[in-house]
Design a protein around this ligand. Structure first.
Ligand code: AKG
Ligand code: FE2
Length: 209
């Protein structure tokens, strides 16, 4: 699929490189949930974005809403534990995350879910990643954001604290941890601003979806 970012927007050169993870900053959200954020973890992210936009087999999905079949407003691709990731830099990213979080997480990140938001009309509605163990156990979901900046919104299920808006830029990393999937919800809201495409790469442990 041909989705291209204007290289001149970011102009970081061609070399894809991962920075050290010791710059991650943790924010306690409440109810045992937290986020770790590191801006510009990946440099040279234009090349990674372009390769993923081009090489990944992006799929449109449908779902039933009010008895009608509607298009899910983003394109998707999923890589299970035994699937080779679509770019060596994603293998490197997962290895680095595993080294950093091994002790705290107690298990590795194994799967990678990829989403392509083609423009501001693409989005994901409020949800927690609760299809699997995230509904009952503390876990982590690590997200690498590439391309156009979008907001990741977070709100507590109990609605006892304000919604938090995390701006996610080209090459940024956010990790949702602790009880975040079951006590908070997250969303990527639609925007009427003219925004280009964004790719999100979500690393999760086995059994978390
Ligand atoms: O686009 C993102 O960074 C979030 C995606 C997400 O929450 C999901 O696919 O579960
Ligand atoms: Fe999610």
């Amino acid at each position: 699929m041909a989705v291209h970012l204007q290289g001149s927007l970011f102009d970081q050169g061609d070399e894809i490189a991962l920075g050290p993870l010791d710059g991650l900053r943790r924010t306690e959200l409440g109810h045992g949930a937290w986020t770790d954020v590191l801006a510009q973890w990946v440099t040279g992210a234009d090349a990674l974005f372009d390769a993923l936009a081009r090489d990944v087999e992006w799929r449109a999905e449908q779902r039933v809403m009010y008895e009608r079949v509607v298009e899910v407003p983003r394109l998707l691709s999923f890589f299970g534990a035994d699937d080779p990731l679509p770019h060596p830099s994603l293998e490197e990213a997962r290895t680095a995350l595993n080294a950093h979080y091994a002790a705290e997480l107690g298990e590795p990140f194994v799967t990678a879910g990829l989403c392509l938001y083609r423009d501001g009309r693409d989005s994901v509605a409020w949800h927690g990643d609760t299809i699997g163990r995230g509904s009952s156990e503390d876990t982590m979901v690590a997200i690498l954001s590439l391309g156009a900046p979008r907001q990741l919104a977070l709100r507590p299920r109990r609605r006892d604290a304000a919604t938090v808006h995390m701006p996610l830029g080209h090459g940024d990393l956010i990790v949702m941890g602790g009880s975040c999937q079951r006590t908070w919800e997250h969303a990527v809201p639609k925007t009427s601003r003219a925004v280009g495409p964004r790719i999100s790469v979500q690393f999760r442990p086995q059994g978390v979806r």
